[in-house]
Structures are given as C-alpha cells and as structure tokens.
Design a binder for this molecule. Structure first.
Ligand code: ZN
Length: 413
C-alpha cells in the first residue's frame, strides 16, 4: 500500500547530548528507559478505513510520531510499520449500511487518512500494509501456529489457544472478568459454543454468504483481527531471531490493550518462540461533550473537516500536544483557538532576526520529550521563549530552534 509523503528535515543530534527516551510500558506498568540501539522496530496499529481520521486517531498517531522522531533524533534508525485493517466486520457492516462497495469505502477513507497524516506532518511508515495485500504473510503465520499445535477448529473456523503463551493477560493487568467483558465488547466471541476457552482468538473465519473470502489451506475465508497485526509486524519489521524481543515498540490506542495487543503478542510468541514487544505503549482516548469520541455515538471531530474549515494543521498538532498522550482527555472548544494563538506567536518570533536565547529552550523541549513525551511541558517552554522574545531578550538562533521544532515536534511554520 502506498504510504504518504514526509521526511525528517535534519538531524541535530551531533551537536548536543540527547537524553535517552523513557516511556510508560503497559506490560510492566511502569516508566522505563528505552535501551540505546542503532535500529528500533516500531509497529503501530492503523485504522479500519470506514470513517476518516477523527481527533482520537490523530492524537494517537501524533504520539507515536513523537516517539519515532525522538528515537531518530538520538541518531538511531527506526523501522516503522503500520497496518490498515482493510477487511473487517465493521467495514463490511458500514459498506452494507451505506449500500457501497466495501473496497470503494476502504480506498476513499485510506486516501483521506493519508491526506490527514501529511497535513499533520506525521512521518510515514516504511511499510504501510493492508490486510488484503498481506494475505500470504498472514496465512504463513497461521500455518506457523498450526505447526505448533496451537489451533483447533470450531465448525469451519480456526481458533488459537491463547493460554499457550504463559504471559497472556499479564501485559494487560486486568481480571478475567474484565477480560471477558472487553473481549465481548471489542469484537470477540467468548460465548461461542465449541471453544475450548472463552478467550481463544479467531484466526481464520470461513467465508459466510455475502462476504468476501480468500483461498487458503484452511478453506476460503478471511483472517481474524489479531493475527493480521502479529503477522504484518513480524514479517515487515523483520526481527533478529537472536534478540529477546521480536520488536521494540507495539503501539496504539489504549482501547487496543486488550484483547488486541495481548492476543497479537500471544500469537507472535507461539509462532516465533520469541517474546513479542519490549514496550507496549498506549495513547489515551479523546472525548467530546462529556463522552468518548466514537462512531456509535456519532460525536466524531474529523481532522479533514477542521482543516477544510480553515484550521491550521499545525494548530491541530499543537492542540493535541497540549495534553499528555497517555491521559484520556475531554476535547474543549477553545483548544484550537489557544493553539492557533501559539502558532501565530511562534511563526512571528521565528521570523525575527533577533530572538531570545534558543539553546536553553531547546534543552528544555528535549528534556520534556525524553520524559515519557511530556509535551505540555515542552509547549510551556516554547510559550516562555515567546514571552522572552516579546520582552526584548536577544542572543538566540531562530533557524536552530526552527530545525529542532521541525525534527522533534513535527512543527513547521
Ligand atoms: Zn493491530
């Protein structure tokens, strides 16, 4: 699948000491330092393309973009893979509801998503992979699971025994009762008759009438949600088999912690014999009008509509960075106005010849980001720098600060 345009402007790391990045790891339930490496493997779960990018999506992808940028800023390379769940129950249901072809719906929404990512200056993945185009790799992963004796049939469908992974459920820190309830709410089928364990994960669904299907050694059908991501991550991130962990960071919204990430990881562990991800990193949810922003509630704020309405994409990015990526956040109507005011101040000050000292503000921004992406603190430092410029302080280099804002925060004016 075609990715989108974007690149890091320049790397500044040779000129200053960059502290290591620390991140909250859901699996260990604590903030940990990311070990220094020459190459990081980053996998971020992508959209199901049936509704364009809303602010909740944008917030998640901006958070992982900041991680990607910081790791590159340390001088490392980042291999970044993102998927698109371009065949899934919600996509088929929406296409049927709207009487449109599911592929046309997917293509139109993927195109909108790409445009939004470019506007928000989210660095593109090295591999942007749709499930349909990765069918061969997904089938190979299912065969690998089958060869380990980890699958069984219920009617013509195939299930994975999640308990074979001794770490199953330890990454999510939830009770069995909560797991069953999340599984049921988030696409699972705990009550299906014939399953050995209610939490076992569907890996291949035999074709039903009126649904698309792909040929496989297990019959015509389509893959389950969790195996798609573990297969795409393991194939396209190309792990080193001697490493303890297959990949460095598995990311997504906090609604993916369970079942999606726990089950994907369990399948990866059994398929490869290697632990799945060193870090599980999750972004909080964005709400609107007192409720979680969701398709079913119909309270989505779309990035493309904000931009079409004249909002500067950099103001959207700054507004999203105005709260910590892990915290759930209720979106306020004034946030775009406040962010636009900061965009205007930064644009004005960065265009001046004489500006307040920049080395110290760069240090503050780098330090804030290094500590579990403390973007509110980074933005506060930038506001204070603008105050300094307004007060007539001099001695800084606007070009140097511009490059750092571009590289690290993805802000260009
Ligand atoms: Zn995923």
């Amino acid at each position: 699948m075609k990715s989108w345009a974007g690149s890091i402007a320049s790397l500044q790391q040779g000129t200053r000491v960059v502290p290591p990045l620390s991140l909250f790891n859901t699996a260990s339930d604590s903030i940990e330092t990311v070990e220094k490496k020459a190459l990081y493997r980053l996998y971020v779960c992508g959209i199901t393309p049936y509704d364009a990018t809303h602010l909740g999506h944008a917030s998640t992808y901006v958070a992982f973009d900041l991680i990607n940028r910081y790791l590159r800023f340390t001088g490392a390379s980042v291999r970044f893979v993102e998927n698109i769940t371009d065949i899934d129950d919600p996509l088929l249901e929406r296409a049927q509801r709207d009487q449109v072809d599911w592929q046309d719906l997917a293509h139109s929404q993927i195109e909108l998503f790409r445009g939004d990512m470019v506007a928000l200056r989210v660095l593109p993945p090295d591999h942007y992979i749709g499930v349909v185009e990765a069918m061969d790799q997904i089938i190979s992963s299912i065969l690998a699971l089958q060869s380990k004796g980890s699958l069984y049939s219920v009617d013509d469908d195939l299930y994975f025994r999640v308990r074979l992974d001794p770490d199953f459920l330890t990454r999510s820190h939830i009770s069995l009762e909560t797991a069953l309830s999340f599984f049921s709410e988030r696409g699972g089928d705990p009550n299906r008759e014939g399953k050995e364990d209610p939490l076992d994960a569907l890996v291949w669904r035999a074709q039903r009438e009126g649904e698309p299907g792909w040929p496989s050694p297990f019959g015509i059908g389509r893959p389950g949600w969790h195996i798609e991501c573990s297969a795409i991550a393991l194939h396209f991130l190309n792990p080193e088999s001697h490493d303890e962990f297959a990949i460095d960071i598995q990311g997504g919204g906090s609604d993916l912690i369970f079942p999606h990430h726990d089950m994907s990881a369990a399948q990866g562990v059994i398929a490869t014999g290697q632990k799945f991800a060193r870090f599980f990193v999750h972004a909080g949810m964005i709400g609107l009008d007192g409720q979680k922003m969701s398709k079913s509630l119909g309270n989505l704020l779309f990035v493309s509509r904000l931009i079409d309405g004249g909002v500067d994409p950099m103001a959207i990015r700054i507004a999203l960075m105005g709260h910590h990526y892990r915290s759930d956040h209720m979106w306020g109507a004034s946030e775009i106005d406040q962010a636009t005011a900061l965009v205007d101040r930064l644009r004005l000050n960065l265009s001046r010849v004489e500006v307040a000292p920049t080395s110290s503000v760069i240090e503050l921004v780098v330090a804030a980001l290094s500590q579990d992406l403390d973007t509110p603190r980074a933005l506060a430092a930038l506001k204070a720098w603008c105050d300094g410029c307004d007060a007539g302080y001099v001695g800084g280099s606007p070009g140097e600060l511009s490059r750092v804002l571009d590289d690290l925060l993805g802000l260009a004016f």
